[in-house]
Design a protein around this ligand. Structure first.
Ligand code: FES
Ligand SMILES: [Fe+2]
Length: 350
Protein backbone atom coordinates (compact mmCIF):
# COMPACT_ATOMS: atom_id res chain seq x y z
CA UNK A 1 0.00 0.00 0.00
CA UNK A 2 1.47 3.36 -1.03
CA UNK A 3 1.90 5.96 1.70
CA UNK A 4 0.45 9.43 1.16
CA UNK A 5 4.01 10.78 0.76
CA UNK A 6 4.67 8.25 -2.02
CA UNK A 7 1.38 9.14 -3.69
CA UNK A 8 2.26 12.83 -3.48
CA UNK A 9 5.71 12.18 -4.95
CA UNK A 10 4.38 10.14 -7.85
CA UNK A 11 1.72 12.80 -8.53
CA UNK A 12 4.31 15.58 -8.60
CA UNK A 13 6.56 13.39 -10.74
CA UNK A 14 3.71 12.89 -13.21
CA UNK A 15 2.91 16.61 -13.29
CA UNK A 16 6.59 17.51 -13.74
CA UNK A 17 6.74 15.38 -16.87
CA UNK A 18 3.53 16.90 -18.27
CA UNK A 19 -0.16 16.57 -17.58
CA UNK A 20 -1.79 14.50 -20.32
CA UNK A 21 -5.25 14.12 -21.79
CA UNK A 22 -4.87 17.24 -23.94
CA UNK A 23 -3.34 18.86 -27.00
CA UNK A 24 -0.04 20.72 -26.79
CA UNK A 25 1.64 22.96 -29.34
CA UNK A 26 4.96 21.25 -30.07
CA UNK A 27 6.57 23.28 -32.86
CA UNK A 28 5.77 26.26 -35.03
CA UNK A 29 4.37 25.21 -38.43
CA UNK A 30 7.40 26.65 -40.22
CA UNK A 31 9.65 24.24 -38.29
CA UNK A 32 8.11 21.12 -39.85
CA UNK A 33 8.98 20.39 -43.46
CA UNK A 34 9.42 17.29 -45.61
CA UNK A 35 12.63 16.37 -43.81
CA UNK A 36 11.85 14.39 -40.64
CA UNK A 37 12.53 16.38 -37.46
CA UNK A 38 13.14 14.84 -34.01
CA UNK A 39 11.89 16.53 -30.83
CA UNK A 40 11.34 15.70 -27.15
CA UNK A 41 7.98 16.63 -25.63
CA UNK A 42 6.54 15.28 -22.37
CA UNK A 43 9.73 13.20 -22.20
CA UNK A 44 8.74 11.38 -25.39
CA UNK A 45 11.03 11.30 -28.41
CA UNK A 46 8.89 12.12 -31.42
CA UNK A 47 9.57 12.37 -35.14
CA UNK A 48 7.46 14.73 -37.29
CA UNK A 49 7.37 15.28 -41.03
CA UNK A 50 5.06 16.43 -43.81
CA UNK A 51 3.82 13.79 -46.24
CA UNK A 52 3.46 14.34 -50.00
CA UNK A 53 0.16 16.24 -49.38
CA UNK A 54 1.77 18.52 -46.79
CA UNK A 55 -0.08 16.78 -43.90
CA UNK A 56 1.84 16.51 -40.65
CA UNK A 57 2.60 13.03 -39.31
CA UNK A 58 4.03 12.25 -35.89
CA UNK A 59 5.40 8.96 -34.57
CA UNK A 60 7.58 7.83 -31.72
CA UNK A 61 11.12 8.42 -32.90
CA UNK A 62 12.36 4.83 -32.78
CA UNK A 63 12.81 2.47 -35.71
CA UNK A 64 10.94 -0.80 -35.05
CA UNK A 65 13.95 -2.77 -36.31
CA UNK A 66 16.76 -1.84 -33.91
CA UNK A 67 15.79 1.52 -32.55
CA UNK A 68 17.70 3.97 -34.72
CA UNK A 69 16.15 7.46 -34.77
CA UNK A 70 13.64 7.72 -37.59
CA UNK A 71 14.25 11.47 -37.51
CA UNK A 72 17.64 10.70 -39.11
CA UNK A 73 15.89 8.96 -42.02
CA UNK A 74 14.34 9.87 -45.35
CA UNK A 75 10.93 11.04 -46.48
CA UNK A 76 9.47 8.85 -49.26
CA UNK A 77 6.20 10.79 -49.62
CA UNK A 78 3.72 8.39 -48.02
CA UNK A 79 6.22 6.95 -45.50
CA UNK A 80 9.67 7.50 -44.03
CA UNK A 81 12.68 5.19 -44.30
CA UNK A 82 15.21 4.47 -41.58
CA UNK A 83 18.77 5.54 -42.35
CA UNK A 84 20.29 2.43 -40.72
CA UNK A 85 18.87 -0.50 -42.78
CA UNK A 86 16.11 1.16 -44.77
CA UNK A 87 12.95 -0.11 -42.97
CA UNK A 88 9.94 1.93 -44.18
CA UNK A 89 7.13 3.08 -41.86
CA UNK A 90 3.98 5.11 -42.62
CA UNK A 91 2.35 7.86 -40.56
CA UNK A 92 0.18 5.40 -38.62
CA UNK A 93 3.26 3.52 -37.40
CA UNK A 94 2.77 0.55 -39.73
CA UNK A 95 5.80 -1.08 -41.37
CA UNK A 96 5.33 -0.85 -45.17
CA UNK A 97 8.55 -2.46 -46.37
CA UNK A 98 11.75 -4.10 -45.18
CA UNK A 99 13.83 -3.75 -48.34
CA UNK A 100 16.75 -5.85 -47.07
CA UNK A 101 14.62 -9.02 -46.60
CA UNK A 102 12.25 -10.86 -48.91
CA UNK A 103 8.72 -11.36 -47.42
CA UNK A 104 9.65 -10.06 -43.96
CA UNK A 105 6.87 -10.75 -41.38
CA UNK A 106 7.34 -7.25 -39.98
CA UNK A 107 5.59 -5.79 -43.04
CA UNK A 108 1.97 -4.85 -42.26
CA UNK A 109 2.49 -4.68 -38.51
CA UNK A 110 1.73 -1.50 -36.58
CA UNK A 111 4.86 -1.28 -34.46
CA UNK A 112 4.98 2.37 -33.42
CA UNK A 113 2.78 4.77 -31.49
CA UNK A 114 1.44 7.60 -33.64
CA UNK A 115 0.25 10.97 -32.33
CA UNK A 116 -2.89 12.73 -33.58
CA UNK A 117 -1.67 16.00 -35.16
CA UNK A 118 -3.34 19.30 -36.10
CA UNK A 119 -2.10 22.60 -37.39
CA UNK A 120 -3.67 25.80 -36.10
CA UNK A 121 -2.65 29.45 -35.93
CA UNK A 122 0.89 28.80 -37.09
CA UNK A 123 1.60 25.97 -34.65
CA UNK A 124 1.58 22.18 -34.76
CA UNK A 125 -0.49 20.55 -32.02
CA UNK A 126 -0.16 16.91 -30.93
CA UNK A 127 -2.53 15.05 -28.65
CA UNK A 128 -1.00 13.33 -25.63
CA UNK A 129 -3.44 10.79 -24.22
CA UNK A 130 -3.50 9.43 -20.68
CA UNK A 131 -4.15 5.89 -21.97
CA UNK A 132 -2.85 4.35 -25.19
CA UNK A 133 -5.02 4.97 -28.28
CA UNK A 134 -7.29 7.40 -26.43
CA UNK A 135 -9.68 9.48 -28.59
CA UNK A 136 -8.36 13.05 -28.70
CA UNK A 137 -10.47 15.74 -27.07
CA UNK A 138 -11.96 18.62 -29.05
CA UNK A 139 -9.59 21.55 -29.51
CA UNK A 140 -10.83 25.15 -29.61
CA UNK A 141 -9.11 28.50 -29.19
CA UNK A 142 -9.84 31.86 -27.57
CA UNK A 143 -11.44 34.47 -29.86
CA UNK A 144 -8.23 36.44 -30.33
CA UNK A 145 -6.83 33.45 -32.24
CA UNK A 146 -10.04 31.88 -33.56
CA UNK A 147 -11.37 35.08 -35.14
CA UNK A 148 -8.71 35.69 -37.78
CA UNK A 149 -11.05 38.06 -39.66
CA UNK A 150 -10.79 40.80 -37.09
CA UNK A 151 -7.57 39.87 -35.30
CA UNK A 152 -4.01 39.56 -36.48
CA UNK A 153 -1.24 37.73 -34.67
CA UNK A 154 2.43 36.91 -34.59
CA UNK A 155 3.55 33.67 -32.97
CA UNK A 156 6.80 33.67 -31.11
CA UNK A 157 8.21 30.51 -29.57
CA UNK A 158 11.32 29.77 -27.53
CA UNK A 159 12.86 26.97 -25.49
CA UNK A 160 13.48 27.69 -21.83
CA UNK A 161 15.61 25.72 -19.38
CA UNK A 162 12.98 25.37 -16.67
CA UNK A 163 10.08 23.11 -15.83
CA UNK A 164 6.93 24.06 -17.75
CA UNK A 165 4.93 24.69 -14.56
CA UNK A 166 7.18 27.67 -13.74
CA UNK A 167 6.49 29.13 -17.18
CA UNK A 168 2.71 28.75 -16.75
CA UNK A 169 2.77 30.10 -13.22
CA UNK A 170 4.77 33.13 -14.38
CA UNK A 171 1.86 34.18 -16.58
CA UNK A 172 -0.65 33.42 -13.79
CA UNK A 173 1.13 36.14 -11.80
CA UNK A 174 0.22 39.61 -13.17
CA UNK A 175 1.97 41.44 -10.32
CA UNK A 176 5.44 40.61 -11.63
CA UNK A 177 4.76 43.02 -14.54
CA UNK A 178 5.12 46.06 -12.24
CA UNK A 179 8.46 44.84 -10.88
CA UNK A 180 10.34 42.55 -13.29
CA UNK A 181 9.13 44.49 -16.34
CA UNK A 182 8.86 47.97 -14.76
CA UNK A 183 11.36 49.46 -17.19
CA UNK A 184 9.69 47.97 -20.27
CA UNK A 185 7.80 49.88 -22.99
CA UNK A 186 4.41 48.64 -21.76
CA UNK A 187 4.53 47.92 -18.01
CA UNK A 188 5.91 51.08 -16.38
CA UNK A 189 2.56 52.54 -15.26
CA UNK A 190 0.17 52.05 -12.37
CA UNK A 191 0.12 50.94 -8.74
CA UNK A 192 2.79 48.65 -7.43
CA UNK A 193 0.43 47.19 -4.83
CA UNK A 194 -2.85 45.42 -5.43
CA UNK A 195 -5.62 43.24 -4.06
CA UNK A 196 -6.12 40.27 -6.35
CA UNK A 197 -9.42 38.44 -6.95
CA UNK A 198 -10.46 35.24 -8.73
CA UNK A 199 -13.46 35.02 -11.03
CA UNK A 200 -14.61 31.69 -12.50
CA UNK A 201 -15.30 31.41 -16.24
CA UNK A 202 -16.79 28.64 -18.41
CA UNK A 203 -13.39 27.19 -19.28
CA UNK A 204 -11.28 28.23 -16.29
CA UNK A 205 -10.92 31.46 -14.33
CA UNK A 206 -9.74 35.06 -14.41
CA UNK A 207 -7.23 36.33 -11.86
CA UNK A 208 -7.17 40.13 -11.66
CA UNK A 209 -6.34 43.23 -9.67
CA UNK A 210 -9.52 44.37 -7.91
CA UNK A 211 -8.53 48.05 -7.93
CA UNK A 212 -6.76 48.61 -11.25
CA UNK A 213 -7.66 47.69 -14.79
CA UNK A 214 -6.45 48.79 -18.23
CA UNK A 215 -3.22 50.32 -16.90
CA UNK A 216 -0.61 47.55 -16.76
CA UNK A 217 -0.59 43.74 -16.80
CA UNK A 218 -3.69 43.80 -14.57
CA UNK A 219 -5.42 40.50 -15.25
CA UNK A 220 -4.87 37.05 -16.69
CA UNK A 221 -7.24 34.31 -17.73
CA UNK A 222 -6.60 30.59 -17.64
CA UNK A 223 -8.66 28.39 -19.95
CA UNK A 224 -8.83 24.71 -20.81
CA UNK A 225 -10.45 24.05 -24.19
CA UNK A 226 -8.63 20.87 -25.17
CA UNK A 227 -5.33 22.65 -24.44
CA UNK A 228 -4.28 24.91 -21.57
CA UNK A 229 -4.07 28.55 -22.57
CA UNK A 230 -3.42 31.84 -20.81
CA UNK A 231 -4.74 35.14 -22.07
CA UNK A 232 -4.04 38.70 -21.03
CA UNK A 233 -4.17 42.19 -22.42
CA UNK A 234 -1.97 45.21 -21.88
CA UNK A 235 -3.02 48.75 -22.83
CA UNK A 236 -0.85 50.34 -25.49
CA UNK A 237 -0.06 53.96 -26.18
CA UNK A 238 -1.27 55.28 -29.57
CA UNK A 239 2.29 55.53 -30.88
CA UNK A 240 2.49 51.73 -30.81
CA UNK A 241 -0.04 51.48 -33.63
CA UNK A 242 -3.75 50.86 -34.16
CA UNK A 243 -6.01 48.33 -32.52
CA UNK A 244 -6.69 49.08 -28.85
CA UNK A 245 -5.25 46.67 -26.31
CA UNK A 246 -2.39 44.39 -27.06
CA UNK A 247 -3.38 40.78 -26.45
CA UNK A 248 -1.19 37.85 -25.60
CA UNK A 249 -2.29 34.22 -25.74
CA UNK A 250 0.28 31.88 -24.22
CA UNK A 251 0.78 28.12 -24.07
CA UNK A 252 3.61 25.98 -22.71
CA UNK A 253 4.65 22.44 -23.55
CA UNK A 254 7.01 20.39 -21.39
CA UNK A 255 10.06 18.99 -23.18
CA UNK A 256 11.30 17.10 -20.14
CA UNK A 257 11.35 17.83 -16.42
CA UNK A 258 13.82 20.69 -16.77
CA UNK A 259 12.99 22.16 -20.17
CA UNK A 260 9.95 23.57 -21.89
CA UNK A 261 8.88 25.37 -25.05
CA UNK A 262 6.79 28.53 -24.69
CA UNK A 263 4.38 29.75 -27.38
CA UNK A 264 3.14 33.34 -27.27
CA UNK A 265 0.77 34.75 -29.86
CA UNK A 266 0.91 38.56 -29.87
CA UNK A 267 -2.44 39.80 -31.11
CA UNK A 268 -4.19 43.03 -31.98
CA UNK A 269 -7.75 43.61 -33.09
CA UNK A 270 -7.10 45.07 -36.54
CA UNK A 271 -8.35 44.60 -40.07
CA UNK A 272 -7.81 45.98 -43.59
CA UNK A 273 -5.21 48.81 -43.79
CA UNK A 274 -4.81 48.84 -40.00
CA UNK A 275 -3.75 45.21 -40.14
CA UNK A 276 -1.04 46.00 -42.69
CA UNK A 277 0.18 48.98 -40.69
CA UNK A 278 0.28 47.02 -37.46
CA UNK A 279 2.08 44.07 -39.04
CA UNK A 280 4.67 46.41 -40.53
CA UNK A 281 5.17 48.21 -37.21
CA UNK A 282 5.36 45.02 -35.26
CA UNK A 283 8.12 43.55 -37.39
CA UNK A 284 10.08 46.80 -37.51
CA UNK A 285 9.70 48.33 -34.08
CA UNK A 286 7.89 46.17 -31.56
CA UNK A 287 9.12 42.64 -31.95
CA UNK A 288 12.52 43.32 -30.39
CA UNK A 289 10.88 45.12 -27.43
CA UNK A 290 8.78 42.00 -26.82
CA UNK A 291 11.76 39.70 -26.96
CA UNK A 292 13.47 41.96 -24.39
CA UNK A 293 10.50 41.54 -22.00
CA UNK A 294 10.40 37.78 -22.56
CA UNK A 295 14.12 37.55 -21.86
CA UNK A 296 13.51 39.02 -18.40
CA UNK A 297 11.02 36.23 -17.68
CA UNK A 298 13.36 33.58 -19.05
CA UNK A 299 16.34 34.77 -17.00
CA UNK A 300 14.38 34.79 -13.73
CA UNK A 301 12.81 31.39 -14.35
CA UNK A 302 15.99 29.67 -15.50
CA UNK A 303 17.73 30.86 -12.34
CA UNK A 304 15.13 29.98 -9.70
CA UNK A 305 16.59 28.42 -6.56
CA UNK A 306 16.82 24.61 -6.63
CA UNK A 307 13.43 23.02 -5.86
CA UNK A 308 12.00 26.51 -5.46
CA UNK A 309 8.43 25.25 -5.27
CA UNK A 310 9.17 23.21 -2.16
CA UNK A 311 10.33 26.21 -0.13
CA UNK A 312 7.79 28.91 -0.93
CA UNK A 313 5.90 31.31 1.31
CA UNK A 314 3.00 32.28 -0.91
CA UNK A 315 0.85 35.37 -0.34
CA UNK A 316 -2.38 36.78 -1.68
CA UNK A 317 -0.98 37.49 -5.17
CA UNK A 318 -0.28 33.80 -5.62
CA UNK A 319 -3.89 32.68 -5.29
CA UNK A 320 -4.15 32.32 -9.09
CA UNK A 321 -1.24 29.95 -9.40
CA UNK A 322 -2.32 28.02 -6.30
CA UNK A 323 -5.75 27.51 -7.84
CA UNK A 324 -4.16 26.24 -11.04
CA UNK A 325 -1.86 23.90 -9.11
CA UNK A 326 -4.79 22.39 -7.24
CA UNK A 327 -6.69 21.92 -10.47
CA UNK A 328 -3.73 20.22 -12.13
CA UNK A 329 -3.19 18.02 -9.07
CA UNK A 330 -6.81 16.93 -9.17
CA UNK A 331 -6.59 16.05 -12.85
CA UNK A 332 -3.23 14.36 -12.35
CA UNK A 333 -4.65 12.23 -9.56
CA UNK A 334 -7.49 11.16 -11.82
CA UNK A 335 -5.06 10.21 -14.59
CA UNK A 336 -2.88 8.16 -12.24
CA UNK A 337 -5.96 6.18 -11.10
CA UNK A 338 -6.98 5.62 -14.74
CA UNK A 339 -3.48 4.35 -15.49
CA UNK A 340 -3.52 2.04 -12.48
CA UNK A 341 -6.87 0.57 -13.54
CA UNK A 342 -5.61 0.17 -17.08
CA UNK A 343 -2.43 -1.62 -15.96
CA UNK A 344 -4.44 -3.92 -13.66
CA UNK A 345 -6.80 -4.82 -16.53
CA UNK A 346 -3.86 -5.56 -18.84
CA UNK A 347 -2.22 -7.79 -16.20
CA UNK A 348 -5.45 -9.70 -15.69
CA UNK A 349 -5.62 -10.51 -19.40
CA UNK A 350 -2.08 -11.92 -19.40
S1 FES B 1 17.35 0.20 -37.09
FE1 FES B 1 16.10 1.07 -38.60
S2 FES B 1 16.25 -0.27 -40.25
FE2 FES B 1 17.53 -1.14 -38.76
FE1 LIG C 1 6.65 38.47 -17.63
Amino acid sequence: MATSQQTENSLQDYLDRGLRGMWYPVLASWEVNANPVGITRLEQQIVLWRDAEGQIKALEDRCPHRGARLSMGWNLGDRIACWYHGVEVDGSGEVKDVPAVDRCPLVGQKCLKSYPAKEAHGAVFLYFGVLPDEEPSELTFPTELADGETHSNFLCTASWNCNYQYAIENVMDPMHGSYLHSSSHSMAEGQRQADMVLEPTDSGFIFKKSDQSGVNFDWVEFGNTGTFWLRLSIPYKARFGPGGHFWIVGMVVPEDKDHCRVFFWRVRKVKDWQRDLWRFMYRNRLEQLHWDVLEQDRIVLENMAPNAREHEYLYQHDVGLSRLRRMMQKQGQKHLSQLQEHDAAVKEKM
